[in-house]
Design a protein around this ligand. Structure first.
Ligand code: FRU
Length: 497
């Protein structure tokens, strides 16, 4: 039975989405059907299509009681909007259907586990949000919430757990047909996030298994949106910690992203990290979730925003707000997480322009190199190996008034993205620096530009920097600058859906 709340949302989104033209949206990045979008949810492959759900408030371009928006795709780039999947319509989730995940059951149904949030009066007279885990099953279009909801509560957590911070279940199916799920929670005294592991034989009855990993104050405070999978012979935890302290060039984002590579110990059911790194080194990337594609690729998508730079009074008001990153193929090389735009993007490439061995100093423009929806590959070498250039920059979304710049200083091996001239009228963070790998001034950059974003893949995905830009769409220039002599190969494609 579809509730009135869900019927209203479905009717509203269908009517309002007609007022948004394709030109007002990103070309190939996902934006909400209407209103507000945050985390990706339920990223899955089901009935021969990729399904993606998202934290969604259709009625305004800011956060509100969370619904799950729904899109499907064959290629992860052309997304078709379907009616909202679930709405905050039950006593246990009326504050919101928060983030969660989806798996397919043996009977062909799709199962969601999501966080239901409700309010509860506290002994001290205050009122707090209570977070529990809930189930819904459906057919890829309509979903029924489980009569047993909520199925995981404070009773199902270890002692000293907080009922206020317990969320974002990510389920997966094991080879033996049983299921596992990770959630995040906080200790009752608020001393930091941890990842809890649950086990189920049938997807419906879940049992607490272990505290898989404790933060212990190492990486921010509370954690959000955990994910766990095996990749290239290692085990990987992805999580989005809140309130992070920077560590050298890592974790500058407050609400940050963390990748831990290590091993899951089957006897203790705990994860033993061997290395840590940020997932994205730009400004706007959070709450990422992965899916295993039918061909075995591990594909990650993230919310292309950051809570700190999009609090309600800081965002441009419009018909929609929030975008997903480009889906990225993951792998591990030399102990680091490598990310590449999904290869399907090559089908969007048109109008190739290529230059080889362009040697230049100071400012440079190249015929045919412009555009706001662009795949731009740059391979840089010093023009003079005896005297390596001091700085290289590429500027895009550029006209006389605006530009965003990516610059590289080989002596420090630091890459910077700077969007302060992108048209932003807010005093929010506009720059990020990342330490990158380069030898003698050699570096490879791939810029994936869409109308309202830039994703910079360094050295075939060793580092990625992502930022949104809301620059006037007329600003479509691209230019280069070098302090010293740079030799450069340029390949540029227009990206069209
Ligand atoms: C992360 C998050 C999740 C929560 C959701 C609510 O961005 O805070 O922890 O489930 O957003 O919209």
């Amino acid at each position: 039975m579809t509730s009135q709340t869900l019927r209203d949302a479905r009717r509203y989104e269908e009517a309002m989405a007609q007022n948004i033209t394709d030109q007002e949206r990103p070309e190939f990045h996902l934006s909400p059907r209407v209103g507000w979008m945050n985390d990706p949810n339920g990223f899955s492959y089901y009935k021969d299509k990729f399904h993606l759900y998202y934290q969604y408030y259709p009625y305004d371009s800011q956060w509100g009681p969370m619904h799950w928006g729904h899109v499907v795709s064959d290629d992860l780039l052309h997304w078709e909007y379907l009616p909202s999947a679930i709405a905050p319509d039950m006593p246990y989730d009326y504050v919101g259907c928060f983030s969660g995940s989806a798996i397919e059951l043996p009977d062909g149904k799709q199962l969601f586990m999501y966080t239901g949030v409700r309010k509860e009066a506290q002994p001290d007279g205050g009122v707090r949000d209570i977070q529990t885990q809930c189930l819904a099953t459906g057919d890829g279009m309509d979903y029924e919430k489980d009569p047993r909801n909520p199925i995981l509560t404070v009773e199902d957590m270890p002692e000293n757990s907080s009922p206020f911070d317990f969320r974002d279940p990510k389920m997966w199916k094991c080879e033996d047909g049983s299921y596992r799920c990770v959630t995040v929670n906080d200790r009752a005294d608020g001393t930091g996030g941890r990842i809890l592991l649950y086990r189920s034989e049938d997807g419906y009855n879940w049992k607490f298994e272990s505290v898989m990993l404790s933060n212990d104050g190492n990486f921010g405070k509370m954690w959000e949106c955990p994910d766990f999978f095996s990749l290239d012979g290692k085990d990987v935890v992805l999580v989005s910690p809140q309130d992070m302290l920077p560590k050298d060039f890592e974790y500058h984002n407050g609400d940050g992203t963390l990748c831990l590579i290590g091993k899951f110990d089957e006897t203790t059911k705990t994860f033993i990290p061997e290395s840590d790194q940020a997932v994205d080194y730009g400004i706007d990337f959070y709450a990422m979730q992965t899916v295993e594609a039918p061909d075995g690729r591990r594909i990650m998508i993230g919310w292309m925003q950051n809570w700190d730079t999009c609090s309600n009074n800081r965002i441009p008001k419009g018909k929609w707000f929030g975008q997903m990153s480009i889906p990225r193929e993951l792998s591990i090389k030399d102990g680091r997480l490598i990310q590449k735009p999904v290869r399907e993007i090559e089908n969007l490439r048109t109008d190739k322009v290529e230059y080889k061995n362009v040697t230049f100093e100071n400012d440079l423009k190249l015929d045919g190199v412009s555009g706001r929806c662009v795949d731009l590959e740059l391979t840089l070498r010093p023009g003079n190996t005896e005297d390596i250039y001091k700085k290289f920059a590429v500027r895009f979304a550029q006209n006389e008034q605006y530009h965003t710049a990516v610059s590289f200083r080989p002596y420090e091996s630091v890459l910077k993205i700077d969007r302060k001239f992108s048209g932003s009228r807010r005093a929010i963070i506009h720059q990020r620096r990342s330490k990158v790998n380069s030898r003698n001034g050699e570096i490879k950059l791939r810029l994936i530009l869409d109308r309202y974003s830039a994703e910079i893949f360094v050295n075939d995905g060793e580092h990625v920097l992502t930022a949104t830009i809301y620059t006037d769409i007329e600003a479509d220039g691209i230019s280069f600058f070098a302090d010293g002599k740079v030799e450069m190969d340029v390949t540029r494609y227009e990206l069209k859906k």
